[in-house]
Unconditional design. Structure first.
Lengths: 295, 279
């Protein structure tokens, strides 16, 4: 099966700054793919290369098996939202959407404005839009034509919590209908639980990539134990643990976690639940980035 | 060139909604009308029309130069290239779509300017253009008296042809201006720098034909001629050509202008197609 996005040994230099140092990336068809990394890691440069805005110095980049240097063919089934969305300021939201559709030679589907919550502003000029509204309009334009692949560069920038939720829902919906979604973010909380796959890029190289479940495997085993009296439970277990909102997190394997729960019961503390904890993307990120340029 | 028609449609809509385009059309049309309306009444309408068209075309040229210089660079500086170019559009189609839309705008400039120049010149009346031969003495001692002469080149029928040809010749001249502007715009990311460079390059090139050559002797007396001449530049090819020579002059001018109008955006497109757009 041809990958929706394939990058092999991608290199790009801006003067003395090496933005990409041999990036390898494969986004499978049908994935909801999180492209993670600190600011300046090379995420935007990669997406600009895919969008045909920037040329790679070396390596290959393909969209659905077509080299991105053949931009017209490569981008025929793909839509992009590159960085902060900017539109001709004299156009209304409706006209902007129509223009995006005309460039793709598809009918302008104005229901996309409703989907992103801009139905009420369809006849307003984009020059007066807030940053969040422009991001929403950028997303609406990216949804026009039911693309097979959506490439979104930090679409959540400038959005309020409701806007963030809208974006998450839309990405899920698009992915459910079969579209591949490649979304770049630097705030991991926004993709936690959303993406099926992820890649972590640091200093121009992908250091970890694959299905999210597999990425979060490994690491030290941990359990969360929910108890009636955390202070007494901590004393009863006799092992170091982190307390938070009536729960305790202990670094222990299965046997030791069970023993700790039994100790709580013996001490007269009620144990409501005991569940294994997976690594989070935050933790994975900090392991690789080493705390520099945090999420 | 995939995306050419889509870009052209978008550009035509944008350009004809641009306040600077209508300000330019109004300024050049008004200049042509005022120039024609207030020319001395002893001048012939054809002469006045030629001079007024020339004056209006100068202004049109500057506006078109400015508008074309911000065509690509403006999109880069605003960031709207990120909206357009990731879509399946060839960059060469993007540049040529803009150049073609600017050509349509140049035609609008010409129509309005020629129209108002003609309206202003009507008050002067049309007919044969007479030239004054002043009294004097030549090297062989022959004496001449003051008289009005009519060169066959300036009979009314010939003047009509000259007027039409001169009007048509302004269009490729304006296209040269837009071609130059598009080239500079494709090379530079800053609209302000692009406008300055385009004007600095265009001024000495004398891209406008000398349409005052319609009736040179009578035109000499027109007001503002000195200012107009200084703007129009260095060469004055058309001034003393007879009507029969105009097609040859026109053909050379037309060929050069069309080469510039197509060739310069082509160069711009070639450069722009390879540029990294990090704006």
């Amino acid at each position: 099966m041809v990958a929706a996005v394939l990058c092999q040994g991608l290199k790009k230099r801006y003067g003395p700054h090496e933005a990409l140092r041999g990036l390898d990336l494969e986004v499978p068809e049908g994935a909801l793919f999180g492209f993670l990394g600190p600011n300046g890691a090379g995420k935007s440069t990669t997406l600009r290369i895919l969008a045909g805005l920037v040329r790679a110095d070396a390596g290959r980049a393909e969209l659905h098996g077509t080299d991105v240097r053949r931009h017209v063919a490569a981008s025929a089934r793909t839509t992009f939202l590159i960085e902060n969305a900017v539109f001709p300021p004299h156009l209304t939201a409706r006209e902007t959407l129509r223009r995006a559709a005309s460039f793709l030679r598809v009918p302008a589907d104005e229901t996309q404005l409703d989907r992103v919550g801009l139905g009420h502003a369809r006849d307003r000029r984009t020059g007066g839009f807030s940053h969040g509204m422009r991001q929403r309009l950028g997303l609406a334009c990216a949804l026009v034509g039911r693309p097979d692949l959506l490439v979104l560069d930090e679409p959540q920038n400038g959005l309020d919590p409701q806007g963030l939720r809208t974006i998450r829902d839309l990405l899920r919906e698009e992915n459910s209908r079969g579209a591949t979604v490649l979304v770049s973010v630097h705030r991991l909380a926004e993709v936690e639980g959303l993406c099926t796959h992820a890649a972590l890029i640091v200093a121009g190289r992908a250091v970890r990539a694959g299905p999210v479940d597999r990425l979060l495997e490994g690491g030290e085993p941990r359990y969360r134990i929910s108890v009636s009296d955390p202070r007494r439970a901590q004393e009863a277990m006799g092992i170091p643990c982190e307390a938070s909102d009536g729960t305790l997190v202990i670094n222990a394997d299965r046997e030791r976690a069970a023993a700790a729960a039994a100790a709580c019961v013996r001490a007269g503390v009620k144990v409501f639940s005991l569940e294994p904890l997976r690594r989070t993307l935050d933790e994975l990120y900090l392991e690789e980035v080493g705390g520099a340029g945090g999420p | 060139m995939t995306g050419f028609l889509a870009t052209l449609r978008a550009e035509v809509r944008d350009l004809f909604r641009h306040p600077l385009a209508w300000a330019g059309i109004a300024a050049s049309a008004a200049a042509a009308f005022i120039f024609a309306r207030y020319a001395p009444h002893r001048d012939n309408g054809y002469t006045v029309y030629g001079a007024a068209l020339h004056a209006g075309a100068q202004i049109a040229g500057f506006f078109l130069l400015g508008l074309s210089a911000i065509a690509v660079s403006g999109e880069r500086s605003r960031g709207t290239v990120r909206f357009v170019l990731p879509r399946p559009i060839a960059r060469s189609a993007f540049v040529f779509g803009k150049a073609t839309a600017l050509a349509a705008l140049a035609l609008a400039f010409l129509l309005f300017t020629a129209g108002t120049a003609w309206a202003g010149a009507r008050g002067h009346g049309f007919g044969d253009v007479k030239a004054e031969a002043p009294a004097g003495e030549d090297d062989d001692g022959f004496h001449y008296v003051d008289e009005e002469v009519v060169d066959p080149a300036f009979l009314e029928a010939a003047m009509r042809r000259r007027v039409l040809l001169a009007t048509l010749l302004v269009l490729p001249a304006l296209l040269t201006a837009t071609g130059l502007g598009v080239l500079v715009s494709s090379l530079l990311a800053s609209p302000a720098a692009a406008v300055l460079v385009a004007i600095a390059v265009a001024l000495p090139l004398n891209y406008l034909p000398e349409v005052m050559g319609l009736a040179p002797d009578a035109a000499r007396a027109l007001p503002f001629r000195a200012a107009s001449d200084s703007l129009s530049g260095l060469v004055d090819f058309g001034r003393h050509l007879s009507t029969s020579d105009w097609p040859a002059y026109g053909a050379v001018h037309l060929l050069g202008a069309l080469l510039a109008a197509v060739g310069l955006p082509l160069l711009g497109a070639a450069f722009f197609s390879r540029a990294d757009l990090t704006d």
